[in-house]
Unconditional design. Sequence first.
Length: 332
Amino acid sequence: MPRLLAALTTTLLACGCALPVPALAAKKTYFRVGNLADAAAVTTAGTVLMGGSTDVDEAFQWLCDRATGGDFLVVRATGTDAYNPYVQALCPGLNSMATLIISSAKAANVPSVRETIANAEVVWIAGGDQSDYITEWTGTAVQEALNQHVAAGKPIGGTSAGLAVLTQFVYSALGSKGITSAEALADPYNRYNTFARDFVYVANLQGAIGDTHFAARDRMGRTVSFLCRIHANGWSAQPRAIAVSEETALLIDARGVGKVVGTNNAYFIDAPGAPQVCAPGLPLTYRNVAVRRVGVGASFNVADWKGSAGTTYTVTAEAGVLSSSQPGGSAY
């Protein structure tokens, strides 16, 4: 590298400024603070599923502890480097904190992108729109590098859209807007109800689909529709969902034990088998879908789908109308 370019690169990285890449400057942007040289830290596997809205400090500190002074990387398709000062303040022992914005499939195949992800001890997938991740990153070096990261026993996490792509089955949100519970219950094959699968392989999240902003945006109905579609697709005979509320995170260790932290609840939703009615143009009927609501400080094992904490009840979609066995009929 020419001396002038090397000096410019060092200055930009040290100050956390954007480092432009020739011919791709508008598509890929890298911001880094902390040490310029990558660490070689020992990591402990773990996964964070965060429900969106205000970030949960404890979840980031948990990930940092698993990095033992390594390099923390945020990946996203749009947005800024706002995570850099936030995480650096929470985790002053990190070697570095960086954000990589990858907004096209072309940028997702740049060799330096793969290298940047490979060198990180923690990867965090930011919120935004999961359709960007599915359309721009599927089949690219980014997807491959994320899977290699998890396979190496390194911790990973995501919030909102970032959570959505970590479970085996994915609500891909390929329509022009996100589907609502009312729309999904009225017709689970609504054009806004779109799905993908196997974007990232996390062993403890196989067989499940994720949902976020759960209670605040009244998403139980649409999550039940997700389960009907997973069954109808032949993906699972007993589909499951992990739904996390806003300002809340699930910290899942290598054994699959997930602890709820933050402010609200996580929901573990287990369908009894086939839906009664799940067909294009017809309102959904899916009876006796089991729900376990787990609050802050309590745990649930997502690997073997077992836990005694929290409250259990059922929800039923009957001809597109959702009801609950809870006193008062709340789905949450």
